[in-house]
Write a protein that binds this ligand. Structure first.
Ligand SMILES: Cc1ncc(COP(=O)(O)O)c(C=O)c1O
Length: 152
C-alpha cells in the first residue's frame, strides 16, 4: 500500500478562502480569522477558539494561560516533536518525560501515574500520526490529581 506522507488535501473551498484573504490584504487577524475562530469553536463545542501562527505558539500560549511557572512539573511523552516540551522550559517549568504506548506511540497512562509528584501541574498528551492519546484514562487521572490537560 502506498500512503503519501505529504499529499495535503486542498479543496475549492480552501482555495477560495485563501484567495479572499490575499485579496483583503489583511493577513493577520481580520474578519476571516474572527469568522474561522467562531466557526471552529462552534464545531468543537467550546466557548472560544484562538487562531495563532503555529503549533509552537499555541503550546506556549497554553502554558501561559495555565499559569505554569518555575518549579512546576509537566508530564510530556518522550516521543514527540521538540515543541511539545520546549514551551514548558520557556515558562521556567520542568518537562518530565513519560514512556509511550508501543502500539500508538502516544503517552502511556500507566507511566503518567508513576511520574506524578506533588509538583506535577499538567499533562501534555500528544496525538501523533493519526493516533489519539488515551484521553478517557488521561482525563480520569487528571481529574483525580487536579492536573491541567494541554492537548498537542
Ligand atoms: C507534535 C507536534 N507538536 C507541535 C509542533 C509544532 O508545530 P509548529 O511547527 O507549527 O510550530 C509539531 C510540529 O511538527 C508537532 O509535530
Amino acid at each position: 500500500m502506498n500512503i503519501p506522507l505529504s499529499d495535503i488535501y486542498v479543496d475549492a473551498g480552501a482555495i477560495d478562502a485563501v484567495s479572499r484573504v490575499l485579496a483583503s490584504k489583511r493577513y493577520i487577524l481580520g474578519d476571516e480569522t474572527a469568522k474561522f475562530e467562531s466557526e471552529f469553536a462552534q464545531k468543537l463545542g467550546t466557548r472560544y477558539a484562538v487562531a495563532v501562527s503555529s503549533g509552537t505558539a499555541a503550546l506556549f500560549l497554553s502554558m501561559l494561560a495555565s499559569k505554569l511557572e518555575k518549579g512546576d512539573e509537566v508530564l510530556v511523552p518522550s516521543f514527540s516533536f521538540i515543541a511539545s516540551a520546549s514551551p514548558i522550559v520557556d515558562v521556567g517549568a520542568e518537562p518530565v518525560f513519560c514512556d509511550v504506548d508501543p502500539e500508538t506511540l502516544t503517552i502511556d497512562p500507566r507511566d503518567i501515574r508513576e511520574k506524578i509528584t506533588r509538583r506535577t501541574k499538567a499533562i501534555i498528551p500528544v496525538h501523533l500520526f493519526g493516533h489519539p492519546a488515551n484521553m478517557d484514562e488521561i482525563a480520569e487521572i487528571a481529574e483525580a490529581a487536579s492536573l491541567q490537560i494541554i492537548e498537542d
